[in-house]
Design a binder for this molecule. Structure first.
Ligand code: ADP
Length: 356
C-alpha cells in the first residue's frame, strides 16, 4: 500500500489551509466493532498519528476505492474516554478564562456520538463521556481558583426536534442569573436548581432526561432524530478587581446524519428527516462560512445555528467529533460523513492512490 506520495503532496496543502482556518478543529473517532461483530469487513485501511485516515470500500476492488482524509486528530478504535477527554480539556478549560466553546458529535446513528459525548452509562465514572468529565473538571477548577475568581455555573439542557426547541432542564448555582441565561433563553423559576458539583448535575440530569420523554425505547428512537444541547455558562468575578468575565460551553449530540430514502419515508418520518437535513446543512454552511472567513455567516437558517450562534464564530472555538462506524456496510454513509467533516474543516484532499 503506497499512500505516501499522495500524503506528501497533500500535507503541504493541508498546512496552508490550516493557517487560514482559525478556530475550527475536527477530531475523528472510530467506533470499535461491537460484540459479535469481529469478523465483519472494515472500511478503515489506515489511521495515522498525525490525523490521517484512509477508508476503503471492502466490497470493491480496483481504482478509486480508497479515500484519504486528514483531520486534526484521529482516535482509533482502542481510544479510551479518558484519552479523548484529555485532548479536549484545554479547550473546555478556556471557558473559565472567558471563551465560548462549542463541541459537536456528528455522524450516522450508531456511530458513537452519544458514547463520546455522554458515555454508555452515567453510573460508572470510567465510562463518562466528554460532557460529565467536562463538568467535573470545571467544578474542580472553580474550587481551586476560588480565592482569586468567584465563579457561578449555570447548566441547561435543550432538545431541538423538528425545528422546535424545548428546554428540559435549567440548573443554576446560587443567585445571580435569576431571569435569563446569557444566550437569551428565559429560565422559568420553577426549573431552577442550585448546583455545586457534578453529582448534583447528574442527579438533576436524570430528572431532566425523564422530562424529555417517557420510556427508554422512545428516548433512543427520538434521540437519534433530535439534537441535544447541554450548555454550561460560567460567570466569574475577580475577587480583587471585581471585573466580570463570562464563558460558555455548548456540548451537542447531533441527530443522526444518515440520509433517509425519500421514496420510503412518509409522514412524520419524512418531516423529521427534512428537518434534520436542513439543520445539519445549515450547521455545515455556518462552519464553512466561518472557516472561509466569509463576511456573511448564515446563522438564521436553523434553530440549531441560532441557539449556538454565540459560541460559533468570533473568538469562539469550535470542535467537531466526526464519528465513524467501521462496518463495511456503512461505507457509503461513512464517506458522506467524512466529506461533510472535510468540507467544514475547509480541507478537501480527494482520492488516495493505492497499489494494492
Ligand atoms: P449514536 O449516538 O451515534 O447513535 P451510540 O453512542 O449510541 O451511537 O453508539 C452505538 C453503540 O456502540 C452503543 O451500544 C455504544 O455503547 C457503542 N459504542 C460506541 N462507541 C463506542 C466505543 N468507543 N467503545 C465501545 N462501544 C462503543
Amino acid at each position: 500500500k503506497n499512500y505516501h506520495v499522495v500524503l506528501e503532496e497533500n500535507r503541504r496543502l493541508y498546512n496552508e489551509v490550516q493557517e487560514l482556518k482559525g478556530n475550527i478543529r475536527v477530531y475523528c473517532r472510530i467506533r470499535p466493532f461491537l460484540q459479535g461483530q469481529n469478523s465483519r469487513q472494515t472500511t478503515i485501511e489506515y489511521t495515522g498519528e498525525n490525523g490521517e485516515l484512509v477508508v476503503a470500500n471492502p466490497f470493491k476492488q480496483g481504482k478509486d476505492t480508497h479515500r484519504l482524509f486528514k483531520f486534526n486528530k484521529v482516535f482509533g478504535q482502542a481510544a479510551t474516554q479518558e484519552e479523548v477527554f484529555l485532548d479536549t480539556r484545554p479547550l473546555i478549560r478556556s471557558i473559565l478564562d472567558g471563551y465560548n466553546v462549542c463541541i459537536f458529535a456528528y455522524g450516522q446513528t450508531g456511530s458513537g456520538k452519544t458514547y463520546t459525548m455522554s458515555g454508555p452509562s452515567i453510573t460508572s465514572k470510567e465510562d463518562w463521556g466528554v460532557n460529565y468529565r467536562a463538568l467535573n473538571d470545571l467544578f474542580h477548577l472553580t474550587q481551586i481558583r476560588q480565592n482569586t475568581v468567584m465563579y457561578e455555573v449555570g447548566v441547561q439542557m435543550v432538545e431541538i426536534y423538528n425545528e422546535q426547541y424545548k428546554i428540559f432542564l435549567n440548573l443554576h448555582t446560587l443567585g445571580i442569573w435569576n431571569t435569563a441565561l446569557p444566550n437569551g433563553l428565559a429560565v422559568p423559576d420553577a426549573s431552577m436548581h442550585c448546583v455545586r458539583s457534578t453529582e448534583d448535575v447528574l442527579e438533576l440530569m436524570k430528572i431532566g432526561l425523564m422530562n424529555r420523554t417517557v420510556g427508554a425505547t422512545a428516548l433512543n428512537e427520538r434521540s437519534s432524530r433530535s439534537h441535544c444541547v447541554l450548555s454550561v455558562h460560567v460567570r466569574g468575578v475577580d475577587v480583587e478587581t471585581d471585573s466580570v468575565l463570562r464563558g460558555s460551553l455548548h456540548l451537542v449530540d447531533l441527530a443522526g446524519s444518515e440520509r433517509v430514502d425519500r421514496s420510503e419515508a412518509t409522514g412524520e418520518r419524512l418531516k423529521e428527516a427534512q428537518h434534520i437535513n436542513k439543520s445539519l446543512s445549515a450547521l455545515g454552511d455556518v462552519i464553512f462560512a466561518l472557516a472561509q472567513k466569509n463576511p456573511h455567516v448564515p446563522y438564521r437558517n436553523s434553530k440549531l445555528t441560532q441557539v449556538l450562534q454565540s459560541s460559533l464564530g468570533g473568538q469562539a472555538k469550535t470542535l467537531m467529533f466526526v464519528q465513524v462506524n467501521p462496518d463495511g456496510d456503512s461505507y457509503a454513509e461513512t464517506v458522506s460523513t467524512l466529506k461533510f467533516a472535510e468540507r467544514v474543516s475547509g480541507v478537501e484532499l480527494g482520492a488516495a492512490k493505492s497499489n494494492k
